[in-house]
Design a protein around this ligand. Sequence first.
Ligand code: GLN
Length: 493
Amino acid sequence: MDTPSGVRDIRDAVVAGRMSAVDICRQTLDRIATLNPPLNAFRGVAPERALARAAELDAQRDRSPLPLFGVPVAIKDNICTRGLATTASSRMLDGYVPPYDATVVERLEAAGAVIVGKTNCDEFAMGSSTENSAFGPTRNPWALDRIPGGSSGGSAAAVAARMVPMALGSDTGGSIRQPAALCGVVGFKPSYGRVSRYGLIAFASSLDQIGPIATTVADAALVMNVLAGADPRDSTASAAPVPDFAHALDEPRDGLRGVRIGVPRHLFSDGVEDAVLSAFEAALAVTRDRGAEVVDVALPYSPQAIPVYYIVATAEASSNLARYDGVRYGHRAGQAHTPAEMYERSRGEGFGREVKRRIILGTYVLSAGYYDAYYRQAQQVRTLIREDYDKALAGVDVIAMPTSPTAAFKLGERTDDPVQMYLSDVFTVGANLAGLPAVTVPCGFTGSRLPIGLQLTGRAMDDATVLRIADDYERATPWSNERPPRPAASASR
Ligand code: GLN
């Protein structure tokens, strides 16, 4: 029998008793041991803890109600796990072991999931390539000389290489969707407020959202059922009722008949690769065949999305990261003579270049003399961007765009040019600025077999519609079934 590899398949196999949770866990750990070394997708693996948890599940009699029973999962290393080191891939938090679980972690475990490890990411989730990790970059399973995208590159690579069927990511400006697209898997950023942020190491609190990376939309929807919902420990987590996202996919429908898809073509100017544009057009043609009506929409302020994002995100980051002072927790420099020197040296040694760049930028845009010129204006334009989306989404169900303007680029290609790196997110930051749900689903390959993603963005709190349309598209196309080659290092055995 083929080993099940998706979330639902694994869960069903364990619940039916075809495999034990321990068997699944062992196989997962073996795959990680073989496949992870060339990829560096994991920051840490916790075999004893995972096997103990799996054994506990196997000993349970009543398992059927648990939606993730026996499913191995990985967690981005900026999400707190009690007793399991959580560093946000920063030297600042090296050795930090949280005394509490993030709400999403609690919910996954309560649903029967088995946490196998923490995944590599850009330091404090700042980046688009996972090259900003203090612990070395992750590589793309489709081409080892290329980046997996970022900042949740470890989670995307781990799922793409089928080391785990699902991993959590966090998305502040695209960090779930962009790496999922570049690794050929599904990534979903929920509406702002859909999922609790309690226990997520804060980057930019008005933009951050946790979500799943999986191999199919149906699996992502299943996980959303577990993650979503109010949380007394996060006042921004919405109390709105949570629909059954997975069930919504199964309701009988006539393809995409009656669905309207908006396309902001005016945004696809220079910088978008030809292969990306042609895969995108082919994807639209599929949705038309399925009965959808594809219409043009305008997002007139979206050309300002990148500058607005990099003002708002850095401002919030400079404030959130002020807590790392070497006193309460985090790295403390030795041999300082005064408190000021201790702060300076601890922060100087603990943070990497990109994080420092953002703290400086964020402090600058918030400073008395520049607040009005930069921060206030950015907030005003953010409102205009949100209004654009609201207007467009009043006439269509979702807005379609490529997820990333290019396929995975080479390691090192953009590290010396931060602005080039920032432009990787032109199509993703809008959903965060406007608080909207957005998914990426595989929609083809470049000539050199690098994955391309289709992004669908929907109305606030209408996460179910976004997932439903993506699911229909996915089932009509072969892309989600494609798997990367086994890395040469392991294939040669
Ligand atoms: N790449 C964007 C940034 O560097 C988004 C990061 C994210 O979503 N965490 O800020």
